[in-house]
Design a protein around this ligand. Sequence first.
Ligand code: PRT
Ligand code: ZN
Length: 214
Amino acid sequence: MAQVLRIAIQKSGRLSEKSLEIIKKCGIKFGSDERVLKEQASNFPLEFLYVRDDDIPAYIRDGVADIGIVGRNEYDEQAIDLQVLTDLGFAKCRLSIAVPQDMHYTGLISLEGKRIATSYPNILGGILKEQGVKASFVQVSGSVEVTPAVGIADAICDLVSTGATLAMNGLKEVQAIYTSTAVMIGRKQMGSSEKEAILQRLMLRIDAVMRAAS
Ligand code: PRT
Ligand code: ZN
């Protein structure tokens, strides 16, 4: 049986629509009916898996998928050894430190000895270590913005795009430590020359779509 390349795409969230849009612009035809978890393109050897974005790097590592689209933040945080095939440029956001309105902040050193709530302990930890700042992490996977108000954290480190969520929670953004966009990632080796060839064809089309858009 002829091989297909498997791409993992976020089922429903900030990355879903634009991810599918780029692939459609490549001239690849598929149903994209949100209720299915798996489907195959009708005119290109590509199979889609619709999953949670957090699971995508591990699915690729484990061979469940060959490539996928995730926020660079998710990829860097998980530190799974894959490759970034291309930067897709959408879903731009920053990982920022935010503190209560009345907290005095002069730089990362202001976080010394503080409790910081974040879903990105690896990215933040790396940067604090570089700066010689010691802080403790409160690891939460959602609603990070409420943690200072409920008294379990002194500061937060979370993704920001407009800043509206921070403002709504009485927090001020004091420092961006990292920026992210959606990236296409994949295993370093596709495992067969047939899959490598399909990937090459797909990447040529994606490059053309990206060039046309810029
Ligand atoms: O269900 P699943 O696990 O698949 O989805 P998810 O809820 O984990 O992810 P999702 O869809 O929220 O985000 C997917 C990716 O989009 C992230 O990994 C980022 O790379 C990127 N992205 C871009 C963002 C934002 N912008 C963003 N604003 N991810 C999250 N946010 C959050 C932000 O933290 C804040 O809480 O959205 C909220 C609103 O942001 P403001 O600043 O506009 O108010
Ligand atoms: Zn997620």
